[in-house]
Ligand binder design. Structure first.
Ligand SMILES: COc1ccc(C(=O)/C=[SH]/C[C@H](NC(=O)CC[C@H](N)C(=O)O)C(=O)NCC(=O)O)cc1OC
Length: 263
């Protein structure tokens, strides 16, 4: 039986959503994950399949169809591998799950805008914007799942959508000194985040890996782009991140060289 192929980028949060979903379903081996190097242009054979788009992940189904967008691929997996269901089947619960999922785009954009920021004058406004996003999540959870810790009984669809970004935002802790305040205003979302980060289905990445690989994002260079003066991306597969030193934290005052990063 031909397995579907997921073309993905290691450590990409959108790809990690699919790994988490399949882990929850006990079907991780049902899909053939194939790594694409984000630090070089997409190969022609892939561009032909995607009709020219470069964003990953991309799913090639067993029938040869191409599915793009991680949330769409997640739903496709639920449709073709319905048991065990991760997405909520009850219409109202599914609506609640979808309303929470719709908050992900602005949450993600705010965090990435901050980590990629190079203007010290903007830091306070970016921090306030990030706190406002956490407050929106806290409000939603208090309205729909005041007890928790998860949206419903267990770690499910919404958790698979958000947890990769809770883990990516470790880069805010390291490069911006940001942690969510231990205040009642954020108590509910903090309980959700802590439960998500502790869940065994979401252990594909570590804090050290995120901090080292996302250094270039902290210098304003995203998606495998290179900061000025550098010749190798912090997303490079070799040298392995485990063999590389921790990057300098002072992103606004210092630009590390390839050598300083162990590249
Ligand atoms: C809000 O800013 C950002 C938020 C997240 C990411 C990220 O993790 C990319 S992960 C890798 C990135 N993939 C995507 O952005 C996919 C997003 C798509 N909406 C999905 O859900 O699958 C990619 O393939 N980039 C290469 C290319 O497009 O050629 C980056 C951001 O800015 C550069």
């Amino acid at each position: 039986m031909t397995r579907p192929i997921l073309y993905h980028i290691p450590v990409c949060p959108f790809s990690q959503r699919l790994e988490i979903l399949l882990e929850l379903k006990g079907l991780r081996d049902a899909v053939d994950f194939r790594v694409i190097d984000i630090t070089v242009p997409r190969p022609d054979w892939l561009l032909q399949r995607t009709r020219g788009t470069t964003a990953l992940p991309v799913l090639e189904t067993a029938d040869g169809h191409i599915v793009k967008e991680s949330l769409v691929i997640m739903q496709y997996f639920e449709d073709v591998m319905p048991a065990p269901a991760i997405v909520q089947r009850d219409p109202w619960r599914h609506a609640v799950e979808n309303m929470l999922t719709r908050l992900e785009g602005d949450f993600c954009t705010q965090g990435y805008a901050w980590v990629m920021n190079q203007d010290l004058e903007r830091r306070d406004a970016l921090r306030e914007g990030m706190l406002a996003q956490y407050a929106l999540l806290d409000d939603f959870l208090l309205a729909h799942a005041p007890e928790g810790p998860f949206l419903f009984e267990d770690f499910g669809w919404a958790e698979a959508v958000f947890t990769p970004f809770f883990q990516r935002f470790w880069f805010l802790e390291y490069y911006e000194g940001f942690t969510l305040p231990d205040a009642p205003r954020y108590a509910r979302v903090r309980r959700w985040i802590d439960a998500c980060l502790a869940h065994p289905a979401a252990r594909q990445v570590t804090k050290e890996q995120i901090v080292k690989l996302y250094y270039d994002y902290a210098k304003g260079a995203g998606n495998g782009a290179l900061p000025p003066g550098r010749s190798r991306s912090s997303f490079a597969f070799v040298p392995d991140w485990r063999a590389r030193p921790w990057p300098p934290r002072d992103k606004y005052a210092h630009s590390a060289s390839d050598a300083e990063l162990g590249l």
